[in-house]
Design a protein around this ligand. Structure first.
Ligand code: DX5
Ligand code: ZN
Length: 221
């Protein structure tokens, strides 16, 4: 099943409750929440208090993408704040600490995911694959919304899809960055089933039509 995860990075932060409700009603599957620390990526976005408020405002599945250094320090607090899934970057710490962070997320009864940046090889997810519920492949350099899709990531999506089929068939495969109605089908063809879209949803006036367009093109594949 194809899932659409609008990224609130492109939403109007002064009206986050209404923005969330609009995409929920429009049939979005996950709400993608981008947390940036100004160190792991050259940008700062939102943090724990916003996730707590979102948790009170909606029953949507909160897919929290942590673009932060040494996520082990914070994963428990993101779980407590109300994340349903906590997504950490394999580049953000040592293998041992990434493993520990995944364990902490799972002990809290939440879903765990790892993410790879465009220049990171597919094999980097292997040590974590069997303990993850989702793998995220970045299709832009993380840090900013509205960038162009990197088509050179498609072979990586494909190889990670094969790894998932072999070692963790229930694991989901998400893509993030430059996803719209034209690039979504390419990712689905390569094996992705969760599509994050920021500007292609919140940058449009009619969010329901935007979600529909992405989904319709993606399911045609
Ligand atoms: C970028 C974020 C994305 C971002 C995607 O670092 O992880 O989730 O919001 O934005 P678009 O869909 O506009 O590329
Ligand atoms: Zn993201």
């Amino acid at each position: 099943m194809i899932k659409i995860a609008p990224s609130i990075l492109s939403a109007n932060f002064a009206a986050l409750g209404d923005e969330t409700e609009e995409v929920r009603v429009a049939g979005a599957d996950y709400l993608h929440v981008d947390v940036m620390d100004g160190l792991f990526v050259p940008n700062i976005s939102i943090g724990l208090p916003v996730i707590k408020c979102l948790r009170q405002a909606t029953d949507m599945f909160l897919d929290v993408h942590l673009m932060i250094e040494k996520p082990l320090r914070y994963v428990e607090r993101f779980c407590e704040a109300g994340a349903d899934l906590v997504n950490i970057h394999v580049e953000a710490d040592t293998e041992e600490n990434i493993r520990k962070a995944i364990e902490l997320i799972r002990w809290q009864g939440k879903k765990a995911a790892v993410t790879v940046k465009p220049r990171t090889r597919a094999e980097a997810i292997l040590p974590f694959l069997e303990s993850c519920d989702l793998i995220l492949v970045m299709t832009v350099e993380p840090g900013f919304g509205g960038q162009s899709f990197k088509a050179n990531q498609l072979p990586k999506i494909n190889s990670i899809c094969s790894m998932i089929e072999r070692y963790a068939p229930d694991c989901e495969l998400e893509v993030d960055g430059g996803i719209d109605e034209n690039t979504a089908p390419l990712c689905v063809q390569a094996g992705a089933n969760v599509l994050v879209a920021g500007s292609a949803v919140f940058g449009k006036k009619d969010r329901a039509a935007a979600i529909r367009a992405i989904r319709e093109n993606a399911v045609k594949v």
